[in-house]
Design a protein around this ligand. Structure first.
Ligand SMILES: [Zn+2]
Length: 315
């Protein structure tokens, strides 16, 4: 059987009241749409019985999905790109998803710590866990948004392939074929990053929080926003008035050519900075932490955002 199971755990978001009716509608709709999967569209049938893999975020689920093809049923826990994944709270449904899986793939670095809690609560029945933060060699305290780094995405892919081979060694050749297809599928994304770097390396940009940091480094863009402002937004605390004033200045005096705005961050201050950028004709590139749209692939989503970035940098 090759059907992808994509279940939404319908968590309780305490801040839902702040969301628009439209966003609330999206949240209440349980997503069961299979992800577009170009890497395995023409793949052969799995030589063994497919395993069940649960992945904490839909970003990594898309990567895992393409790497395992027909040899695993991939479930996603966080599927909603309207809410802040940092505030996700698992339900009993999440727990049962874990206990019916043969592998858990999590981001790690504190991003989805709830997954470790579920695994602990399952005791001896818990499936093995692949922690991608660990796999790429980072330690707790590092920026957890590792899927915004092309290097970490490629390292994580290698770790995912190795892990699924360990669990299902008879499908090793199959997984190698999938990995080769995925590497090919990533090429336009890597080329796009290289072309932005070639054209705009050294360009100053503003950012409302840390989600884009690794991609800024990969494209050579320089985030000028005071680190104190970004750190405060990331930890839901108040930045200093001086940092806010500096950021406003950078958006109005021509320092920042573009503002990167994460639409999944809660709080009024990022929205205020977006307004400052707009009123000063600084193009705003809206990005998300989660796959958007949810049935996109990792690479299609990233390329769409990079296209928007290139377009903003060109104006
Ligand atoms: Zn984040």
């Amino acid at each position: 059987m090759t059907t992808r199971r994509r279940s939404s755990a319908r968590p309780l978001y305490g801040f839902l009241l702040a969301l628009t009716a439209a966003a609330a509608l999206v949240l209440s709709g349980c997503s069961s749409t299979p992800a577009a999967n170009p890497a395995s569209a023409s793949a052969a049938a799995c030589p063994t019985t497919p395993t069940n893999i649960v992945v904490t975020t839909n970003v990594w689920a898309s990567v895992v999905d393409q790497l395992v093809g027909a040899c695993a049923n991939v479930s996603t826990v966080i599927t909603n790109s309207a809410a802040d994944p940092h505030d996700f709270e698992p339900t009993a449904e999440t727990s049962s998803l874990f206990s019916s899986s043969q592998l858990v793939v999590m981001n790690g670095l504190g991003y989805d710590e709830w997954a470790n809690k579920i695994v602990s609560s399952l005791g001896a029945d818990a499936p093995p866990v692949l922690n991608l933060g660990d796999a790429v060699g980072l330690k707790l305290g590092a920026n957890p948004h590792i899927w915004y780094s092309p290097d970490y995405v490629q390292k994580a892919s290698v770790a995912i392939s190795a892990k699924v081979k360990e669990i299902d060694p008879k499908s090793s050749d199959y997984f190698d074929t999938q990995a080769a297809s995925f590497a090919t599928a990533l090429k336009p994304y890597l080329d796009k990053i290289a072309s932005i770097k070639a054209a705009y390396s050294g360009t100053n940009i503003g950012a409302t929080e840390t989600v884009f940091n690794y991609m800024a480094a990969a494209t050579g863009l320089v985030i000028t926003t005071p680190p104190g402002f970004i750190a405060a937004i990331a930890t839901d605390s108040e930045p200093s008035t001086r940092d806010v004033a500096t950021f406003r200045e950078q958006l109005s005096d021509g320092t920042d050519k573009v503002l990167i705005f994460n639409s999944q961050t809660e709080g009024g201050l990022p929205n205020q900075m977006r307004d400052v950028a707009q009123s000063n004709n600084v193009p705003v590139v809206t990005i998300t932490e989660s796959l958007n749209p949810a049935d996109s692939t990792f690479q299609a989503w990233q390329i769409a955002q990079l296209d928007a970035l290139a377009q903003a940098l060109a104006t």
